[in-house]
Write a protein that binds this ligand. Structure first.
Ligand code: F0G
Length: 458
């Protein structure tokens, strides 16, 4: 018999209490946090969907591997194990360990970037864009047009627009391209997957133009799930084989291990070219740590090596994708627009259509983030004009193309009843939607303003 109920493929060995709160208390906490959930304390949050990054529950195998952490400064056995695992996944010989993804980005894009350079991506993640722009270079997003259409059920909405890629390289001049970055899955584009066919086309265009092809592989296992199920020719390949096939296409890879390596901290940069590896290694040693640990403890590298195996387990990946889809489908069933089909690690709610009366400069996404917290203690993040809005020379907001709220699901942390509770919050969101007001920004930094900005309700 084939059961239709998909169970969490783990038992709970250790528990962490959730601090319950009343709506009245949460109103106060929100005010204290200047209406920015990044400034809330975690014990003021009931369900934390701020991010899937570094929030995974580790397995007993990972915890026991940590006890074998070799904390030698140089050439630790934990490093050798980590290096071998990353080489086997990426097919890239040179591995540089970093404390998290953005450290790998800073080293690589700092090296390749600078004034006059252009980077092209399906969609740059916020830290990717910030590291590129901080170097003086520009970052251009070229997702396929289906990726911007919420309703399209095209299965690979994370793809890059190949015609636009060729056009952009020709316009800018191949020598001025810092790198082409394919992010799998496409986080800022709704957690949507990238097909193998698209990755191959990107690789071909890069090879033809002698442009460096970087894969941001922090969710490559989740991406492989979609290729296995939705792309012809891959139904008999394992998730791991699919990931390896994709990674081999790149010249370099950056990974935040805090996602699909199922750990709380870590990352790496992997490259094929010895000279590029050598110059990056110099920067690594100056800023992160010696070449055989980067910003990591030996025990961290042990946990990553185990996590990179576990994440490809078919039972785990099926539970992961199906449970995120369950959350999205049930929110959609309440008449709330989401990016559809549901992505791997998160549900992206369209705040623009939920609150049509709130214009972009009053931040409908941030308003929804605050409502979700006030009503149910759910922490989420705005991915819209707070995160990606820019100002023109007159100080007028140039809005982001979409006003989204991301509900990112930590890996192996919440059970079905937690998810059902979140779905129930949306009943009240829908009932009260016409009364909700926008916010204004009263304080903001120059880069990555969403992390620390202060807001006030209008
Ligand atoms: N690339 C992508 C696609 C990411 O999603 C992230 C992080 C990074 C790079 C940077 O990695 O945080 O380890 O420095 N994303 C998290 C998120 C923060 O919430 O989506 P990091």
């Amino acid at each position: 018999m084939k059961f239709k109920t998909i169970i969490e493929p783990f038992r709970i060995k250790m528990v962490e209490p959730i601090h319950l709160s009343t709506e009245e208390q949460r109103r106060g906490y929100l005010k204290q946090a200047h209406y920015n959930p990044f400034l809330l304390n975690s014990n003021q949050v009931l369900i934390d969907f701020l991010t899937d990054s570094g929030t995974s529950a580790m397995s007993s195998d990972q915890w026991s591997a940590m006890m074998n952490g070799d904390e030698s400064y140089a050439g630790a056995s934990s490093w050798l194990r980590f290096e071998k695992e990353v080489q086997s996944l990426t097919g890239m010989p040179f591995v540089l360990p970093t404390h998290q993804g953005r450290a790998a980005e800073r080293i690589l894009y700092g090296k390749l970037g600078g004034k006059g350079k252009t980077f092209i991506s399906n969609t740059h993640f916020d830290t990717t864009r910030a590291n590129i722009e901080f170097s003086g270079a520009e970052a251009i997003d070229i997702p396929v047009k289906e990726g911007l259409d919420f309703a399209s059920d095209f299965p690979f909405k994370g793809n890059m627009d190949i015609a636009l890629l060729e056009k952009t390289i020709a316009e800018k001049g191949a020598a001025n391209i810092g790198a082409v970055i394919l992010t799998v899955t496409n986080n800022s584009g709704g957690g949507q997957p990238v097909s193998m066919e698209n990755a191959k086309s990107v690789a071909n265009v890069c090879r033809k133009n002698k442009v460096l092809f970087v894969i941001d592989c922090c969710r490559v296992a989740e991406n492989s799930y979609y290729i296995h199920h939705n792309e012809a020719g891959y139904e008999n390949k394992s998730y791991r084989q699919i990931a390896e096939e994709m990674m081999c296409l790149g010249d370099a890879a950056v990974m935040s291990a805090k996602k699909d390596a199922l750990v709380n901290m870590g990352g790496f940069l992997a490259v094929k070219d010895a000279d590029l590896a050598e110059s990056c290694k110099q920067l690594l040693i100056i800023t992160e740590g010696f070449a055989t640990y980067g910003g990591l403890a030996g025990r961290d590298m042990e946990a990553i090596a185990v996590g990179l195996q576990e994440v490809f387990d078919p039972g785990y990946l099926n539970y992961r994708i199906v449970s995120t889809r369950y959350l999205g489908e049930n929110i959609k069933a309440k008449g709330v627009n989401i990016i559809y089909p549901v992505g791997g690690h998160a549900v992206y709610v369209d705040a623009k259509s939920l609150y049509p009366h709130i214009p972009p400069h009053e931040y409908p996404g941030q308003a929804l983030v605050c409502e979700l917290y006030r009503i149910g203690g759910l922490r989420s993040v705005e991915i819209g004009s707070v995160m990606f809005g820019k100002y023109d020379s007159d100080g007028k907001l140039i809005p982001a193309p979409m006003e989204l709220v991301r509900l990112a699901v930590p890996r192996r942390v919440y059970t079905q009843s937690h998810i059902d509770y979140v779905i129930e919050i949306f009943d009240e969101i829908v009932r009260t939607k016409d009364k909700v007001k926008g916010l204004k920004i009263v304080k903001e930094p120059q880069f990555l303003r969403h992390f620390t900005a202060h807001f006030e309700p209008l």
